[in-house]
Design a protein around this ligand. Structure first.
Ligand SMILES: [Zn+2]
Length: 240
């Protein structure tokens, strides 16, 4: 068997469900829309802040099989795989899953970092941390890289649904998840250089040629005359 070497510069984010599989629903929300929205934001934060390529298993409202999602990530040999889901069943809060035999330096590290970076966000929005859990979900079992599945909140709980409808919450969660991936993979931060002062528009700039300063108006007039004779436009600018 060929050795597995992951490409640490590629991260895969997996928006759960899609197409004819809406996932769970409640409070006018569908899981497949939220997972796509959050995953897009995770990728945007990853690529804006870090030197990495972030890929999604689906970019639109499309059905992809669980195996198809794993195949996608395995083919890319991604460094990490984050599957984004929304919970249902009347609970409240955020939780994450890795496979039961997850290595503490691999998927276990990703899960640890997810909770580390989500911590301040959960506090900020008073959203419960339900903990680091283990389960044999297909997408995290068959994906060969560090793989973690997150359940952001409960779609059928009023308090959670309110958060899931908040742009600020979704964006803060996405940034924390992006930071967790970056932390796990040791991704290099992009240097945001201060923008250089823009060059002044050349059309807004004019240059004044001074051809002498005189105390006596007569002398100034004489100079203007000389310049005009040579074909230059000249005028007197009096300063007191
Ligand atoms: Zn789901």
């Amino acid at each position: 068997m060929k050795g597995w070497r992951s490409n640490m510069s590629i991260q895969v984010v997996d928006p759960g469900h899609g197409g004819y599989d809406p996932g769970c629903s409640g409070n006018g929300l569908e899981e497949k829309d939220l997972t796509l929205d959050i995953s897009r934001r995770v990728c945007q934060h990853l690529e804006a802040k870090y030197k990495t390529d972030a890929k999604m298993t689906r970019l639109s409202d499309k059905y992809i099989s669980l195996q198809g999602r794993c195949d996608f990530a395995n083919r890319l040999k991604a460094g990490s795989f984050l599957s984004v889901h929304i919970n249902a069943g009347g609970g409240t809060g955020f939780e994450s899953y890795v496979v039961p035999n997850a290595h503490p330096d691999s998927a276990g590290l990703l899960q640890k970092n997810v909770h580390k970076h989500m911590g301040p966000i959960l506090k900020k929005y008073d959203h419960r941390d339900r903990g680091k859990k283990k389960a044999n979900f297909h997408v995290i079992r068959v994906s060969r890289m560090k793989a973690c599945l997150v359940e952001i909140g409960f779609i059928d709980t009023d308090k959670d649904a309110k958060l899931l409808k908040s742009d600020a919450f979704l964006d803060d969660v996405a940034e924390a998840l992006a930071d967790a991936i970056a932390d796990t993979e040791g991704l290099e931060k992009k240097v945001t250089e201060p923008k250089p002062e823009p060059d002044p528009d050349p059309e807004d700039t004019f240059f004044r040629v001074v051809a002498g300063s005189f105390q006596k108006k007569d002398n100034a007039e004489q100079r203007v005359k000389e310049l005009e004779e040579k074909g230059f436009d000249a005028f007197i600018d009096a300063k007191h």
